[in-house]
Design a protein around this ligand. Structure first.
Ligand code: AP5
Ligand code: ZN
Length: 214
């Protein structure tokens, strides 16, 4: 299965991608996670990306398409994958079309998680991530048993640099301008499954599985 998870920042794309990845036994491809790792490792890509990410702007399309081109040719992607945070612009979606054609594969569905802006700000301001295993928490909606400690692996939880109110507002504005047109782009091909993003993560996961045919 080849899926795209689409939705505003904080919609729960990462949360749902982790669950769907386990359920369907296919890898999650998060361009945000790949870029954050590149920044941490100090690679050329990381150096190029950092300033855009800190502002809440999009990293240039050619950088992103280069990352995706390498990633989807890997062995573990041969049976499918879940894109989380990609594509983000019409140019990226067109670039993906070319790549998929070269590989002779098709997308199965685009899951669009629909969440209002105010809810996004509340979710992102309280997000915490495990620095060791990447598990996602929220200080109110999904708190760990012990504050600051991952339930799954005991790792330390951290707050992302871009989860401050100014950057969140910029990410939302970029989403509305540059990413939301993709709903129409894929709706024209009848690929979009819209899921209301209100409700507990488990409920949204059930709705997504149902929309994908079980
Ligand atoms: P990226 O890492 O992709 O961030 P994002 O799209 O802004 O999405 P988030 O990771 O913030 O949110 P999410 O939807 O995954 O929500 P989550 O599950 O964590 O991108 C970061 C930056 O990298 C970009 O700004 C850009 O600069 C660059 N970038 C990345 N990809 C790019 C691309 N393709 N092109 C160009 N630039 C790119 O959930 C959020 C919180 O809510 C968590 O605390 C969670 O526990 C909680 N939560 C989740 N579901 C629920 C629920 N149902 N109810 C209550 N709380 C919930
Ligand atoms: Zn952990």
């Amino acid at each position: 299965m080849r899926l795209i998870l689409l939705g505003p920042p904080g919609a729960g794309k990462g949360t749902q991608a982790q669950k769907l990845s386990q359920n369907y036994q296919i890898p999650q491809i998060s361009t945000g996670d790949i870029l954050r790792q590149a920044v941490k490792d100090g690679t050329d890509t990381g150096k190029k990306a950092k300033a855009y990410m800190d502002r809440g702007d999009l990293v240039p399309d050619d950088v992103i398409l280069g990352i995706i081109n390498d990633r989807i040719r890997a062995e573990d992607c041969q049976n499918g994958y879940i894109f989380d945070g990609f594509p983000r612009t019409v140019a990226q979606a067109e670039g993906l079309d070319v790549l998929l054609q070269q590989l002779n594969t098709l997308l199965d569905a685009v899951v669009y998680i629909d969440v209002p802006d105010d809810e996004v700000v509340a979710r992102l301001s309280g997000r915490r991530t495990c620095k060791d295993c990447g598990a996602l928490y929220h200080i109110c909606y999904n708190p760990p048993a012990t504050a600051g400690v991952c339930d799954a692996c005991g790792g330390e939880l951290f707050q992302r640099d871009d989860d401050n109110e100014t950057t969140i507002r910029q990410r939302l504005s970029v989403y509305h301008d540059q990413t939301s047109p993709l709903i129409h782009y894929y709706a024209q091909r009848n690929l979009v499954k819209t899921i209301a993003g209100a409700g507990a993560p488990e409920e949204i996961f059930s709705a997504a599985c149902h929309a994908l045919g079980g």
